[in-house]
Design a protein around this ligand. Sequence first.
Ligand SMILES: [Cu+2]
Length: 353
Amino acid sequence: MPELSLHPDLRFFPDAASSVAGEYNWLFWALVFVCGAVTLGIACFVVYAAIRYRRRSDDELPPQIPGNMKLELLWTGIPLFLFMGMFAWGAVLFFDIERPPRNATQVYVVAKQWMWKIQYLNGEREIDALHVPVGEPIQLIMTSQDAIHSFFVPDFRIKQDVLPGRYTTIWFQAEKPGKYHLFCAEYCGTKHSGMIGWVYAMDRQDYQAWLSHGAAEGSLASTGEKLFHQFGCANCHHFDGHGPAPDLQGLYGRQVLLKDASPGIADETYIRQKLMDPKRTTVLGFENIMPTFDGQLSEEQVIDLIAYIKALGPGPGDRLPTSSGSTPQEYGTTPGIGEPGASGNAQTEPGIR
Ligand SMILES: [Cu+2]
């Protein structure tokens, strides 16, 4: 791509720095070319026809043409072929973007007016900065503390709305080391334009050094474990399967049967909803005695608890009703959310329980 730059930070076209950016560029320019060619063709034909078929005398009557099947088929068929091709190409790329690789490293993002809070599984936290290794897939699991935000890294060609009350995800793989702009792309209040950060893509070694330099207080999961006891969750959620509330081992990613017979997937959004609005759903076979933690837990703490529940392996006292023979492999994913244990981060988790 020709580099038309006025200033290093003011570029005509963003850098292509992620694994999908190249194909995005091809698709973008193909769309520009096809749409440009069609627009130009129609405009030229309009001018040509206006001159060639203009009325030459006041009493001139044009010949009546009843129709032309060949022509109609042609001008229906060619655009259909072109536009279906664009659709298919775009759809393939869309599915690539929406489906994180199984080995993607998960990073949590909490957006708030007006900053990006980043949380790594090892407990490292930072604001308006995201450090990632080059050549490795990263999956972001994002939520908002207030308004709707949008996580946008033009150089990576990724943009995803970040919503309060649920989790959205996006994944990318940085292809070259560098510093890339992170923007909020959804107007979210007075200082929306200042909700800017940087993504630092680093070589594996530098990344490892960066990750271990920090003074993380403990992994997200271990912080979650502390909260689990601090807030009295363990009083009801026993791990021997004999408590008044479901045993949470192996819960994440599994299908959960609810009292109204509707199946639910125990993903991040489900777990958050059980914490903040527990009366909304009741798990089949249990009384709904869960108190709400709305107003008591911050979004970061909810993420700590989710990380803890994710880190809990399946246990012997597995009492949650599931449809027969269901396994995390079968029900492991909701679109875009990684499967339990699929994040490739098991090794970075300390021995929980
Ligand atoms: Cu914002």
